[in-house]
Write a protein that binds this ligand. Structure first.
Ligand SMILES: [Fe+2]
Ligand SMILES: [Fe+2]
Length: 161
């Protein structure tokens, strides 16, 4: 699969999770929390894969757009921390999610415009190779004991709080 297809699918998955959250009743706390966890994991793994594998390859072709993307990842990280601080049944969570969603929509639109245009210049073979590397890295991050431990700790911290 081409790298841009991998990224496009990730973007669609994140969009889907935001929509599912929007449809979930505020009283369904467990479901909301599970979706927030899934959303945060999806965004973090996606951003890490971009930073490690996609951005470095695109940087020589579109240095400014890659720099903007990295800066935006920083802002998104801050907004994720805001989301994680909110209780699943709080109105504050809806506000934090709305901020995150707006920021991500802008970021994704910019990536798919500026970065994908640059990526197209790499050629089909290179893009497909890169897509394979990214898919492998994503499943590695999802399976990594370190990442799993981090997710478990976040869950535990919520129960204690
Ligand atoms: Fe990104
Ligand atoms: Fe992205």
């Amino acid at each position: 699969m081409k790298a841009t297809t991998v990224l496009r699918q990730d973007h669609a998955q994140v969009r889907r999770l935001f929509a599912q959250l929007g449809r979930t009743k505020p009283t369904n706390i467990a479901r909301r929390q599970a979706l927030v966890d899934e959303l945060v994991t999806a965004i973090e793994i996606h951003a890490k894969t971009e930073e490690e594998l996609f951005y470095p390859v695109i940087a020589p072709l579109a240095p400014r757009a890659v720099q903007d993307g990295e800066d935006e990842h920083g802002e998104i990280g801050t907004l994720i921390a805001d989301v994680e601080r909110c209780a699943a049944d709080s109105p504050a969570l809806d506000r934090a999610l709305a901020h995150l969603r707006t920021r991500i929509e802008h970021h994704v639109a910019e990536e798919e415009r500026a970065l994908f245009a640059a990526a197209a210049r790499l050629g089909h073979e290179h893009l497909t190779w890169l897509g394979g590397e990214m898919t492998a890295r994503k499943s590695q991050l999802l399976q990594s004991p370190m990442q799993k431990a981090l997710r478990g700790m976040k869950k535990l911290a919520r129960k204690v709080a």
